[in-house]
Write a protein that binds this ligand. Structure first.
Ligand SMILES: Cc1ncc(COP(=O)(O)O)c(C=O)c1O
Length: 418
């Protein structure tokens, strides 16, 4: 049994992590002869038993298409699907359920906004403003839009700690800016971006803001009304729900004006060969049969997280991150990439003289799952002058002992590479 080193001054936590871990069957397995240590939560999170049960129950008892059947199963499926929307609405503190659009994930949500709002609002000479810490999902759709519309992508630089340069941001906001698109939390660095301050500055110039919340929602409470952001996107699989489902929040006055994204069933009120009348929100943006089971599973995942207490999750993870930061900082040859004052969930690092893939492979043999690579954030790697990092990313079910195992694994890396 490994002993965990409690940081001096660290509060004693009333977080019963062992009990919580029992809800996640996947965590209790042996890989390469070692107990699994799952530290790849920024890539995807594990699913608690209630989510697994809900998926099974849906397919076992209720499976039917939504919004169309008159039969009981279809009514039950529709009710459960719409109840999931209500759950997402509450999770983000959205006032109006018409403002929640189910999408496949953060990537699809951003592409939806780029292809609809973007095509409508962005023209030649206009600018889209992003930051230097974005995931490719919040870069490429805007590049594609800019190419199509003759617009330009502007990038707010980040400093050596991985924080957004807010003075540069204020300077880059201009009369040509049509949208600011920014991550709430960086997947490669863990930086919590001061989006409240950035939204205020953009709004003073009448510029709408899209927030990519993919890495935020699992770690902190999000209140889109308090933030006053115009769009907020996230993926279900990064918040303990299934893959293939996510949500886009958009202010209704914007969503109303935007053209549909995909055409097909469910997004129409009437169709003739001469004219199609589009459906009301949010269905105008939900063409075709949606991921019904996914939405139901997501609803249950959000319910699970809320029952744990999002403030308590945040407090526990803050302590865990501080512990991991302290332990990794004292590992010889290990350099943390991303040392912002405000961080959530991510420990990205390089090991002197060892490629991140080799680090990841050796850790895997120790049963430790981390990600090694550019984390779909190649510009962040370029900014820090590294080809790749190793990333350990946390969830509320991780423990100090697991971070100790990571440090022991890095000791092995040093032994092997001398
Ligand atoms: C910050 C950020 N944005 C967007 C995405 C894309 O999420 P998805 O692949 O679930 O659409 C990710 C995924 O890692 C991410 O970390």
């Amino acid at each position: 049994m490994r002993m965990s080193r409690v940081m001096p001054g660290a509060p004693e936590l009333s977080w019963d992590v062992e009990r919580i871990r029992k809800d996640f069957p996947i965590l209790h397995q042996v890989v390469h002869g070692k107990p699994l240590v799952y530290l790849d939560n920024a890539a995807t999170t594990q699913k608690p038993q209630p989510v697994l049960d809900a998926l099974r129950a849906y397919y076992t008892a209720d499976n039917a298409n939504v919004h169309r059947g008159v039969h009981l199963l279809s009514e039950r499926a529709t009710e459960a699907y719409e109840a999931a929307r209500t759950r997402v609405r509450r999770f983000l503190n959205v006032a109006d359920p018409r403002e929640i659009v189910f999408v496949r994930g953060a990537t699809e949500g951003i592409n939806l906004v780029a292809r609809t709002y973007g095509r409508q609002a962005v023209g030649p000479g206009d600018e889209i403003l992003i930051t230097g810490l974005e995931h490719h999902s919040n870069i490429v759709p805007w590049q594609m839009l800019c190419d199509d519309q003759g617009a330009a992508l502007r990038v707010v630089p980040i400093n050596d700690s991985g924080e957004v340069d807010l003075e540069a941001y204020d300077r880059l906001l201009s009369d040509r800016t049509r949208l600011v698109a920014v991550a709430h939390v960086s997947n490669a660095l863990g930086t919590i971006v001061p989006i409240g301050r950035m939204i205020e500055a953009a709004h003073r110039r009448g510029i709408p803001v899209l927030v990519d919340g993919a890495q935020a929602v699992a770690h902190m409470s999000v209140d889109v009304q308090a933030l006053d952001c115009d769009f907020y996107v996230f993926s279900g699989h990064k918040v303990f729900g299934p893959t293939g489902i996510g949500a886009l929040y958009g202010k209704s006055e914007l969503l109303e004006r935007m053209p549909p994204f995909h055409g097909g069933g469910d997004m129409i009120k009437s169709v003739s060969f001469e004219k199609t009348v589009y459906n009301d929100l949010p269905y105008k943006f939900e063409a075709g049969t949606p991921d019904i089971a996914g939405a139901i599973g997501l609803g249950v995942a959000l319910e699970y997280l809320e029952a744990l207490g999002r403030d308590r999750v945040e407090a526990y993870e803050r302590e865990l991150l501080a512990y991991g930061t302290e332990r990794l900082s004292s590992c010889p040859g290990v350099r943390l990439i991303g040392t912002a004052r405000e961080k959530a969930g991510v420990l990205s690092f390089v090991v002197d003289g060892v490629h991140a893939h080799d680090v990841g492979t050796i850790l895997d043999r120790e049963g430790i799952a981390v990600r090694a690579g550019h984390h779909c954030a190649m510009p962040v790697m370029a900014r820090f002058g590294v080809a790749a990092t190793t990333r350990a990313s946390l969830a509320f079910y991780n423990t100090r002992e697991e971070l100790d195992a990571l440090v022991d694994g890095l000791e092995k890396v040093r032994e092997i590479f001398g």
